[in-house]
Structure formats: structure tokens, C-alpha cells
Design a protein around this ligand. Structure first.
Ligand SMILES: NC(=O)c1ccc[n+]([C@@H]2O[C@H](COP(=O)([O-])OP(=O)(O)OC[C@H]3O[C@@H](n4cnc5c(N)ncnc54)[C@H](OP(=O)(O)O)[C@@H]3O)[C@@H](O)[C@H]2O)c1
Length: 346
């Protein structure tokens, strides 16, 4: 069995890693940390894992933790992760970081969108943890930068079209909606039930969301040239789930069936990407609780645009599930080990 530990297990993504590890056939969760809840039992806070996890939160003490686990999930906010991750790597451990701190290859880009980086030498070492595109590199990585939730849906949705030159890389619009757990478990006015239930609104309009450079980094690689996207996120009044609707100008006429064949063959070996047949559209209800990304495709012949819809669960394929998928690859396991959950419908 592989011994794993979670730094920041009292948050949404950390506790979701715990849920998935509790049922993993080849990994055991051996330690969980939280600064504010050290000493408290995990199931005192998270009743859904009562009887499945016999652990208490502890302080982050790298030397002591390093003796109890070989692989670490770091599920803390950006800017904090860049201080924690180097200590775990120095102790010879493998790390999957769920924050944005190691996702961007370019330090200056990171510092433009976030803040100064205190461990920039690790940016070159980190492998971007999207298994469908970087599976081989992830297999031998020591540090995997788990992708953001919005970027996972946008990059999986657009990469085949860009790699095949189906669309013009100028003029891509990504209109994305996320459930409220995307903002984390910290208390904030914007996340209150009464502020969201029955409502629906866009936020960070005008190219301001920090996931933009990550999306552009990966889509530029797929296109073979630097591109820019218009990205507008929305806050959907549900707990979890992301639906991204993506518009891209088509280069040439193409049928829905041809599109489906191209996407289907691109993701042929990828268990967690389901390309839906023409006429079907993905729903967050069909992926909630699972590690699947469902992709729907349609041609708008009036405007000559490709319309891609991509649905994921932000806490699973958008965070913890993808992190477990990465752990599986880093440890030489089948990438789907422990990730056989089907979606919770309705
Ligand atoms: N929510 C999502 O859908 C999602 C998806 C993809 C990626 N992510 C990323 O995953 C990371 C965790 O997100 P989350 O949604 O799980 O956040 P969260 O619910 O707010 O949880 C954050 C966790 O980090 C700990 N923490 C907070 N500040 C810390 C600090 N300065 N040093 C050490 N630990 C600290 C918290 O516990 P204590 O305060 O008790 O220590 C808590 O366990 C973030 O980087 C986020 O951007 C989130």
C-alpha cells in the first residue's frame, strides 16, 4: 500500500482527497493537517466519512510527516503552497500541489497575476498535471502541479480542435459556470446561501480571472502559437460542478460527425474523457461526484463557429480526483484506481 498525506485536509479539496483515498484499493491515508483544527478528529468535522477514516488533524511538521507518507497532496491556497512544497521535496517526497503556485512555467507571468514567487527554481521541475495530455511526464515527476478547475474543462474541451487546426486560435471565447465550492470553504459574503440561491451572476469580467494565464499557456502549446482567450466565469448556485461553453471560429466547414470522430480518436485512450455523440450535451449532473469530463460538440453553421460544452465536477476532475489520477500515474498504478465512482444523479 502507498502511504499518502494531505496538507490542508480541512478544506474542500483536501477533504475530497480524503474521501477518494478512503476507498482507494492501493493507497492509505496516513496523516492529515490543518492549522486551525489540529487535534480534532476528521469525522468530527466531516460526518460523511464517519467509520471510513480514523485520523485526527495535526500541525504541519515536515520531518515527522515525512516518516509516515511517501506522497503528499498539498491542498492549501496559493502563496502558502510555495513555502510547504519545497520542504516536502527536500525530504525526498513526491508532491501533488493543488494550488496555482507551480502551474505556470513563466515566473514573470506568475508574478503578474499572483505575487512574488519564493521557489521559482521549481517551476521548471513541476509537471502540469493534466494526465490526458502529460501522462508520460507525470509518471516520472516528483512535483505535479494539479490544474485549476476552470482550466481543466477549457483545455480538455479545446485541445483537439487546436491541435487539428480546426479553429482559428484568435477569437476563442470561454463562458464558464462554477458551483460555489470552487471558492473554497473559507467564510465569505459572496458564498452565502442567500446571496446565491435563486441568483446567477458573472464575476471577474474583463479578462481578470487568474485562471486565464494557465488556460492560455496550455492552449498556446496546443495551437503552436501564443494565443489569448476571452474568459468569463459565473457563479452557479449549486455546491459543485463546472460547465464551460466555448466558442471558436471554424477554419473550414466540418460536420458534427467528423468533429465527433476527431475528438473520439484524440481521447480514445483516455478513460476519464467522454466525448458525447452529436446531438447530446453534457450536464454537471452527469459528472457530479465522478472524475469524468464530458464533452459535447456542435457546429453553428450560421456563424461558422464550433461550440464546445465541457462538464466536470470542480472538486473531482477539477481538483481531488485529478490529483488521485496523478498519484496513480506517479506510483505506477492504473490511472483509474480508486476513481470508479459514477456520478450522483439526479
Ligand atoms: N475549490 C475548488 O474547486 C478548487 C479546485 C481546484 C484547485 N483548488 C485549489 O486548491 C487549493 C485548496 O482549495 P480549497 O477550495 O480546498 O480551499 P479551502 O476549502 O479554503 O481549504 C484550504 C485549506 O488550506 C488550509 N490553509 C489555509 N491557509 C493556509 C496557510 N496559509 N498555510 C497552510 N494551510 C492553510 C486550511 O486549513 P487551516 O486554515 O485550518 O490550516 C484548509 O485546510 C487552493 O489553492 C485552490 O485554489 C480549488
Amino acid at each position: 500500500m502507498i502511504n499518502a498525506a494531505i496538507i490542508g485536509a480541512s478544506g474542500y479539496t483536501g477533504s475530497e482527497c480524503a474521501r477518494l483515498l478512503a476507498c482507494h484499493p492501493r493507497a492509505t491515508l496516513s496523516a492529515i493537517t490543518s492549522r486551525t483544527h489540529a487535534g480534532k478528529r476528521f469525522d468530527e468535522m466531516f460526518g460523511h466519512l464517519r467509520g471510513h477514516l480514523d485520523l485526527a488533524f495535526e500541525e504541519f511538521e515536515p520531518a515527522a510527516l515525512a516518516e509516515r507518507a511517501e506522497i503528499f497532496f498539498c491542498a492549501v491556497p496559493h502563496a502558502s503552497a510555495m513555502h510547504i512544497v519545497p520542504q516536502l521535496l527536500a525530504a525526498g517526497k513526491k508532491v501533488i500541489d493543488l494550488s496555482a503556485d507551480f502551474r505556470l512555467r513563466d515566473q514573470q507571468t506568475y508574478e503578474t497575476w499572483y505575487q512574488p514567487h519564493t521557489a521559482p527554481r521549481l517551476l521548471d521541475q513541476a509537471v502540469y498535471g493534466l494526465p490526458e495530455l502529460y501522462g508520460k511526464e507525470i509518471g516520472s515527476a516528483k512535483l505535479v502541479a494539479n490544474p485549476g478547475c476552470y482550466p481543466t474543462s477549457a483545455i480538455l474541451g479545446l485541445t483537439p480542435a487546436l491541435r487539428h487546426g480546426l479553429v482559428d486560435s484568435d477569437g476563442i471565447i470561454i463562458d464558464a459556470k462554477s458551483g460555489i465550492s470552487g471558492a473554497g470553504r473559507g467564510v465569505s459574503l459572496a458564498a452565502l446561501f442567500a446571496e446565491n440561491h435563486g441568483g446567477f451572476q458573472a464575476y471577474k469580467i474583463g479578462g481578470k480571472h487568474r485562471h486565464i494565464p494557465e488556460i492560455e499557456q496550455e492552449l498556446s502549446k496546443a495551437a503552436g502559437r501564443n494565443l489569448r482567450v476571452s474568459f468569463t466565469p459565473h457563479l452557479l448556485p449549486v455546491s459543485r460542478g463546472i460547465l464551460s461553453t466555448i466558442y471558436a471560429p471554424l477554419n473550414d466547414a466540418i460536420s458534427d460527425e467528423q468533429l465527433f470522430d476527431i475528438y473520439q480518436s484524440f481521447y480514445g485512450e483516455c478513460y476519464f474523457v467522454r466525448v458525447l455523440p452529436p446531438g447530446r450535451t453534457p450536464s454537471i449532473q452527469h459528472v457530479r461526484g465522478s472524475n469524468f469530463c464530458d464533452i459535447g460538440l456542435a457546429v453553428d453553421r450560421r456563424t461558422n463557429r464550433l461550440i464546445i460544452t465541457a462538464a466536470i465536477d470542480n472538486l473531482v476532475k477539477g481538483a481531488a480526483g485529478q490529483a488521485i489520477q496523478n498519484m496513480n500515474l506517479m506510483c505506477g498504478l492504473d490511472e483509474s484506481a480508486g476513481l470508479s465512482q459514477v456520478a450522483l444523479f439526479p
